[in-house]
Design a protein around this ligand. Structure first.
Ligand code: COA
Ligand code: MG
Length: 310
């Protein structure tokens, strides 16, 4: 018997900026950037001989964070090295010590890569809100995307989000970088299907050529059309476009508000379908409409100058 997917969390994850933990200058910039989430990277952007220094940078950075929410709810994620690399175990202990919002596991191949970390968190009695993000960036990861997402719903599992890593996937498969990502789309959509079945978010891959604004715009729009909640970014100049393309568009928001109003009309009580200006709208559209309006509210709350002094 099929089980309904649990309600998806409504979080803003339009722009997910990766910052190499070795780069102290870049770490200092984060407070002034308008991204929804930050990935503090200990993995690919940090050379093996610099891993210890990068961990120390994160310790110092996290201890310097203001206790008042000056960062206005930016989600914080630490990307660790794989446990098989020899660096991952120490990275994971750092995550337990710093308690970011989530750990990002690279090169997740199978559900056990996720459940093993959930178990470690449970054993360490980590707070419930320390979540797990998994990167799908290997051929096995794509093939197992559904099983990995499903592992996220087992009791005690903390999986919250899948991110796609195309640099690794291209390297592993030989698929060349091409506009439109034609040969990659089937795999990207497999990830979308997996997260949709199990109530998670999916984040699109990075775009390396951070000076090519036009191509980046096109890829953001493509990711949005595929169903990604956001895009992983490598450079601050990609934030504005990601927020614009992957956030609620004006027309979609107006439509969502109309759907909510239509179902709120007493005449629609007990109805599962209504006529919205000559178009059928079903009650299932209401859930998506409410998510969109909620996201728009989160964005406007972020833009509003803080009135609290603390
Ligand atoms: N986060 C925060 N700040 C960043 C940043 C990032 N990811 N990337 C660049 N900046 C800052 C730079 O420090 C620089 O600041 P400054 O003017 O005060 O010196 C400013 O933005 C402009 O940077 P720019 O000179 O255009 O680029 P760069 O040569 O400093 O860096 C990269 C280019 C690609 C090396 C850098 O953007 C980067 O390391 N990105 C992340 C890579 C990563 O995380 N990879 C792993 C995931 S795929
Ligand atoms: Mg990678």
């Amino acid at each position: 018997m099929s089980r309904p997917a649990p309600p998806r969390s409504v979080r803003l994850r339009r722009s997910v900026l990766s910052v190499p933990a070795i780069n102290r200058r870049a770490l200092q910039k984060i407070a002034d950037l308008d991204c929804d989430a930050v990935i503090f990277d200990l993995e690919d952007s940090v050379a093996p001989e610099k891993k210890a220094e990068a961990r120390e940078n994160l310790r110092a950075f996290f201890s310097s964070l203001p206790t008042s929410k000056e960062e206005a709810g930016k989600e914080r994620i630490i990307r660790i090295n794989t446990l098989s690399s020899g660096f991952g175990a120490e990275d994971l202990e750092l995550v337990l010590a710093l308690e970011p919002d989530a750990v990002l596991l690279p090169k997740v191949d199978e559900p056990q890569d996720v459940t093993g970390v959930s178990d470690r968190f449970a054993e360490a009695e980590a707070p419930e809100n320390l979540r797990i993000w998994a990167m799908i960036e290997t051929p096995r990861g794509v093939l197992n995307a559904a099983a990995i997402a499903e592992a996220g719903r087992t009791p005690g599992s903390r999986l919250d989000c899948l991110t796609v890593g195309l640099n690794d996937l291209r390297k592993e498969t030989g698929v060349l970088p091409q506009p439109g990502r034609a040969y990659l789309v089937p795999w990207l959509m497999q990830v979308i299907l997996a997260v949709s079945a199990y109530g998670l978010d999916a984040i699109d891959s990075v775009f390396n050529d951070f000076k090519d604004v036009e191509a980046f715009d096109a890829e953001c729009m493509e990711g949005r059309a595929m169903g990604f909640a956001g895009k992983m970014l490598i450079h601050p100049n990609q934030i504005e476009a990601a927020n614009r393309h992957l956030g609620p568009h004006e027309a979609a928001l107006a439509e969502a508000e109309a759907i909510i109003a239509a179902f709120a009309d007493p005449a629609a009580a007990g109805l599962n379908v209504v006529n919205l200006g000559g178009r059928m709208v079903e009650r299932l559209h209401l859930v998506e409409a409410e998510r969109l309006v909620h996201k728009a509210r989160l964005i406007s709350e972020r833009l509003r100058p803080s009135t609290s002094s603390g």
